[in-house]
Design a protein around this ligand. Structure first.
Ligand code: PLP
Length: 468
């Protein structure tokens, strides 16, 4: 028998913030947690991006939970074993340090614990999401009907885009469909097909040129092969910022081709999309406004804490028609203001949009342009120091590039990338080693605002030395 009085004396109540007083437990937890985090960040310039040790102990639970002191000791161990994006040598991936306001955004989002599924669970945040998507879409030149939805990462945005493309082609259940993307497109495109039950052979991977871009004639040839096989091409996927070299496909020409053949045009602008926000770089994305859908990931360069991705579409209604099922337990959507949970794949979603909003507001247009321009300057400075005559470079117009010594066999390129990466790590630099066109490369991403010219000089020395 439950003693009804227990309800009023539930000891677990202390683990939730008091609804009637300023909760001193919460205050002290937040104070202590934020000083642990700030201490960790404050040592980042002496830290290796990759920790030398991390705790792999098994997970278990004690019967009565643990004290605050033990909780923080354990938390410190996890933190000490974490990748440190604020280390100036963290140049391996598209994972920059978080903006300060973005850190606060995640904290507040957790405290609010709203749900972007529906307006009744997130009144102001649902509206914020809608307006931010509309703003991005208009910055990218899309029509007045455009909008979008936030997702947990670019892979989900790309998946939603291809589900939508198939829906709009009215080939919902047919297996005789095809999709064209470049051989440099992100793996999330082939994974999306896998999830959608589309055979691997339906993905026409068109080879890229030496700059990592799709060639229009090759796309036309792929379309002819698709036609000969009596398949229906439901989407052409262009990439604005490829993962290995930051290449941008010829968007305007692909838009022409899609229009002429009535094919959905999706641009995976996970990396390059934010370049449209700056007057000095928006020319790089000419033609993107003519796409039907765009994936954009502000987490990849602007310092918005993960995850932050948007799927933008030329007509928001398409998202609703494709994904809505109705929620018997929620208020109905209406034409002008869809329930946000009806616009995509995900159900419950956290208020992640808050950190994007805070981050963008903190930066302003000038702040965004500064991040982009300085990242490009860092890359160009690095390039100037390199012994370019000894290197094979793949280098698009964005803030990343990959390189390897010329004339190495596959095995030698593997050994060079592994050995050089190890030397770099000993010197607190972390680069990645992508496998590209049958060779191993090193890849550097220059979006880390803590990387100074002195760091770049040191990096150049190590790379040049590896070529001897
Ligand atoms: C071009 C491109 N598209 C999509 C993605 C997937 O993004 P996410 O890791 O956020 O799912 C990536 C990841 O690096 C990428 O480089």
């Amino acid at each position: 028998m439950i003693d009804i009085k227990d309800i009023n004396q539930d000891p677990s109540m202390d683990l939730f913030a008091s609804p009637s007083n300023l909760d001193s437990n919460l205050r002290s937890l937040l104070d202590e947690a934020s000083s642990i985090l700030c201490d960790w960040l404050a040592k980042a310039d002496k830290a290796n991006p990759s920790p030398s040790y991390f705790n792999k102990s098994e997970f278990s639970l004690s019967l009565n939970g643990i004290s605050k002191e033990t909780l923080f000791e354990e938390l410190k161990e996890i933190i000490d074993g974490s990748f440190q994006p604020s280390s100036p040598g963290a140049l391996a991936h598209l994972d920059p340090p978080p903006l300060t306001s973005s850190i606060v955004g995640d904290l507040i989002a957790a405290g609010l614990n709203n749900n972007l599924l529906a307006k009744e669970l997130s009144p102001s945040l649902s509206s914020l999401e809608k307006n931010i998507c509309k703003w991005f879409a208009s910055q990218l030149g899309m029509s007045e009907f455009s909008g979008g939805v936030a997702a947990s990462g670019g892979s989900i945005s790309n998946l939603m885009a291809l589900v939508l493309a198939r829906f709009k082609s009215e080939c919902l259940y047919e297996k005789d469909i095809a999709i064209i993307a470049s051989s440099d497109a992100h793996v999330s495109i082939s994974r999306a097909l896998k999830i959608m039950g589309i055979p691997e052979t339906s993905l026409y991977h068109v080879e890229t040129n030496d700059n990592g871009q799709l060639l229009i004639d090759d796309i036309k040839n792929a379309l002819i092969s698709i036609q000969i096989k009596n398949l229906r091409c439901i989407a052409i996927v262009a990439t604005a910022g490829t993962t290995v070299s930051g290449a941008i496909d010829p968007l305007s020409e692909i838009a022409d081709l899609c229009l002429a053949n009535n094919i959905w045009f999706h641009v995976d602008a996970s990396i390059g999309g934010v370049y449209a926000l700056s007057d000095s770089t928006n020319y790089l994305l000419n033609g993107i406004s003519r796409s039907n859908s765009i994936t954009i990931n502000p987490q990849k360069i602007l310092g918005i804490a993960k995850t932050s991705s948007l799927l933008l579409v030329s007509n928001t209604r398409d998202l609703y028609e494709c994904f809505s099922t109705g929620f018997p337990y929620l208020e109905q959507s209406n034409e002008d203001d869809y329930q946000r949970g009806e616009l995509g794949l995900q159900g419950s979603r956290s208020a992640e949009i808050l950190k994007l909003w805070l981050g963008l507001r903190q930066l302003g247009i000038d702040g965004i342009s500064r991040i982009l321009d300085n990242s490009l300057t860092r890359k160009n400075y690095f390039l100037e120091g390199l012994k370019l005559d000894r290197l094979n470079l793949i280098n698009g117009p964005l803030h990343l590039l990959s390189f390897r010594p010329k004339e190495l066999s596959k095995e030698d390129s593997f050994n060079w990338s592994i050995n050089t990466r190890e030397i770099l790590l000993k010197n607190k630099f972390m680069l990645s080693s992508p496998f590209y066109k049958d060779r191993f490369f090193l890849k550097a991403v220059f979006g880390n605002p803590h990387t100074t010219l002195a760091h770049l000089d040191h990096l150049v020395d190590i790379v040049n030395h590896s070529l001897k």
